[in-house]
Design a protein around this ligand. Structure first.
Ligand SMILES: NC(=O)c1ccc[n+]([C@@H]2O[C@H](COP(=O)([O-])OP(=O)(O)OC[C@H]3O[C@@H](n4cnc5c(N)ncnc54)[C@H](OP(=O)(O)O)[C@@H]3O)[C@@H](O)[C@H]2O)c1
Length: 367
């Protein structure tokens, strides 16, 4: 582990080897140093959110695509906090409340050598990923937004959803689904938003967010409801649950299916700059995928999509949050300073990694 020149350390949630969530530990790591101070800020972390990608990273499943630069690796990509050290280019100043999805350092094309995640007392963010926190949001709420908000917004943009369209969103109660429903209904002005969630509080949540119809995925197959000649068909299908094959039966002619779940395509891996040759042996070209063929047989399009760094898109989300068009959805907030299984930071990871959360699981650092 590289040491700070003055020996400064900070507390973090990190892992020193790949494995189950048990390998995540409260770990003392060096305070940020050695990064490009012209274009990066140090953020004093007030809150950080957990995503399914963290579980994949921790398990080693993603090491071909997103290798860990060095152990111990501080986990998490989502942060809200206050600028502790401003960038020398002067885009941000000390004390500003900000939020960000950490993407490493896109300017020099590689991760800064010290690069680590957001679940620490301090983290470093390239200014091109940082946006002022919406004033009406708490830090915990703001931290819940970047990864899922960017994903939902970018998929809806690329799917060319427009006012009056109909959209089917699978997994409406998840982090991405809760953002996608609100954006589709209130920002893109979709006429019909149909989603899937388990009945009870998750279905109620989806309706409150703007879904017109919620199918209980445990008892109802969406293809049986909307497939066939008489069923309603959708301009756009947004897949967050790896069910995009069946969506070929419910998409309109000329419609679009976009998935963010399951295996990427070679084209999308190339677009995000993925070089892992082993993965490329397994990842098929878009046109060879059965999902693509099924969609084309209905004269519809099919794509896999990764989220991309975009300060402009995060600014758009901040504006929609500030105007109240969309709102954060938190499953719960857990305490970084407590090691207690339920209420402490471990509880947040257990809940998020269970795949059962509604909205986001957030860890708070400040009282
Ligand atoms: N490509 C990208 O750039 C990108 C970006 C973000 C996320 N993702 C991927 O997108 C997926 C969703 O992410 P997320 O953050 O939204 O996950 P999440 O928040 O962990 O999703 C959990 C929710 O999904 C519900 N759910 C699980 N299976 C379902 C099903 N078959 N039908 C309907 N609801 C279901 C669960 O409800 P129940 O408890 O009722 O089952 C729970 O409420 C993950 O696979 C993630 O890795 C990809």
């Amino acid at each position: 582990m590289d040491n700070h020149p003055d020996g400064k350390t900070m507390n973090s949630i990190a892992f020193s080897k790949y494995g189950s969530p048990d390998v995540l530990k409260k770990t003392s790591v060096s305070y940020p140093h050695g990064f490009d101070t012209r274009s990066n800020v140090v953020i004093k972390v007030h809150a950080s959110a957990i995503n399914p990608v963290d579980k994949g990273l921790l398990s080693g499943d993603y090491k071909m695509v997103i290798p860990v630069a060095a152990f111990p690796h501080v986990i998490s990509y989502d942060v809200a906090g206050v600028v502790e050290e401003a960038d020398l280019e002067g885009k941000f100043s000390v004390g500003q409340p900000v939020f960000a999805r950490l993407f490493g350092s896109p300017k020099d094309g590689k991760k800064t050598p010290w690069y680590r995640g957001a679940m620490a007392e301090y983290c470093v963010a390239d200014t091109s990923n940082v946006v002022l926190k919406p004033e009406n949001l708490t830090f915990e709420e703001a931290a819940s937004i970047p990864l899922v908000g960017l994903t939902a917004l970018q998929v809806l943009k690329s799917s060319r959803l427009k006012e009056g369209d109909s959209i089917f969103i699978s997994g409406g109660a998840g982090g991405v689904g809760t953002m996608a429903i609100q954006l589709a209904k209130h920002v893109f002005k979709a006429k019909l938003v149909v989603t899937t969630a388990s009945e009870g509080e998750k279905a109620d949540l989806c309706k409150n967010l703007g879904a017109d119809v919620v199918l209980d995925y445990k008892t109802t197959n969406f293809e049986e409801v909307y497939g066939g000649d008489s069923g309603e068909k959708f301009d756009v299908c947004f897949d967050t649950t790896n069910e995009s094959l069946g969506m070929a039966n419910i998409v309109k002619e000329g419609g679009r299916i976009v998935t963010i779940a399951g295996m990427s395509t070679l084209e999308e891996l190339r677009r995000i700059g993925g070089t892992a040759w082993i993965l490329k042996l397994f990842v098929k070209r878009r046109m060879k995928r059965k999902e693509y063929k099924a969609a084309r047989s209905k004269n519809a399009d099919w794509n896999y999509q990764f989220l991309s760094p975009s300060q402009a898109d995060l600014t758009t989300l901040a504006n929609h949050l500030e105007s109240g068009m969309i709102k954060p959805v938190l499953d719960g907030v857990w305490d970084f300073h407590s090691d207690e299984e339920e209420s402490g930071w471990k509880g947040a990871f257990n809940r998020s990694f269970s795949g059962r959360a509604k909205g986001k699981c957030v860890v708070k650092f400040e009282q």
